[in-house]
Write a protein that binds this ligand. Structure first.
Ligand code: PAF
Length: 285
């Protein structure tokens, strides 16, 4: 596996592959990799196989501009050796690990922001988060120049925003959504899980139980208010769960709905101690 620690090294690597006629797929991560990320790499590989083969690049960059709180950035788990070992095992072709100084040159004035979608839901809890995310994702797209990229459905709003950005800005990149990978007890895999205390870790699967309840009720034809009430009751049964938001929105554009008459997405954000976890599920009446 090639290891590229600068934009130039990454560009040289991709240019050489392109000269051989290879396609390229990108998996953008902030490191602290787990089985969920390995699924992103595997789906990127699957896509390349459908195109006659190619190379998978995984970026590892803890992007400071998408953290609204310095403490959250400082505490973000970093474990480069384990990350690289996992990527080698997964058959990734190159890891891109740029420095903050290389990515953000002094005097830069340009950011990329997807209007309304970035300001709702998690965007209201974490102002500026999605602007930082879309700016770094655009920069990664420009450096790596991928034909396709995989994004996890767990970060459903992020995936929706990236799809919107690529369509709005005519970026010739295929966005592949990858279903959430869960631990045996239902907790969605996340780099943040390793910061949970044992008590909070035991409590956190309540998010998945609330989503199960919502999904069953929606499938059975229950109305919006009843579904929300039942999900809240499940979440309240776990005293360590500090609910920050529970939303049921149109699954396509995340707009508000007044009744459930098509595919919807249930979006949860909750604190366990000082760790904010999110989870989601698409459901159909
Ligand atoms: O989902 C993430 O890990 C990050 O938001 C991303 C897409 C790597 C951008 O920094």
């Amino acid at each position: 596996m090639r290891i590229c620690r600068s934009k130039q090294a990454m560009r040289d690597c991709v240019n050489a592959w392109r000269a051989e006629g290879q396609r390229v797929a990108l998996v953008a991560t902030m490191g602290a990799l787990h089985a969920g990320h390995m699924h992103l790499v595997a789906r990127a590989r699957d896509w390349l196989d459908t195109q006659g083969g190619g190379r998978v690049v995984t970026s590892i960059f803890v992007n400071p501009t998408q953290f609204d709180q310095q403490a959250d950035l400082d505490r973000y788990p970093r474990d480069e050796d384990t990350d690289l070992a996992l990527l080698r095992q997964a058959g990734c072709d190159a890891a891109f690990l740029p420095t903050v100084a290389d990515i953000y040159r002094p005097g830069a004035q340009t950011t990329v922001e997807v209007g309304g979608l970035s300001r709702m839901l998690i965007g209201r809890l974490r102002p500026g988060h999605f602007r930082g995310m879309t700016t770094i994702v655009t920069k990664l797209f420009n450096i790596v120049g991928p034909d396709a990229t995989t994004f996890g459905e767990k970060d459903y709003q992020q995936l929706t925003i990236v799809r919107q950005m690529v369509a709005d800005l005519d970026m010739p990149i295929q966005i592949i959504g990858v279903p959430t990978v869960r631990e045996a007890d239902g907790l969605a895999m996340s780099s943040r899980n390793r910061r949970l205390t044992p008590g909070d870790r035991a409590a956190a699967p309540v998010l998945n139980r609330a989503l199960d309840t919502g999904q069953q009720m929606i499938a059975a034809g229950a109305g919006l208010a009843a579904v929300r009430r039942a999900m809240r009751a499940v979440l309240r049964s776990e005293p360590r769960c500090e609910l920050r938001s529970l939303d049921i929105r149109d699954a396509g554009d995340l707009s508000r709905i007044t009744r459930i008459d098509g595919p919807v997405v249930m979006l949860l954000a909750a604190r366990f101690g000082d760790v904010l976890l999110i989870d989601q599920r698409v459901a159909q009446p």
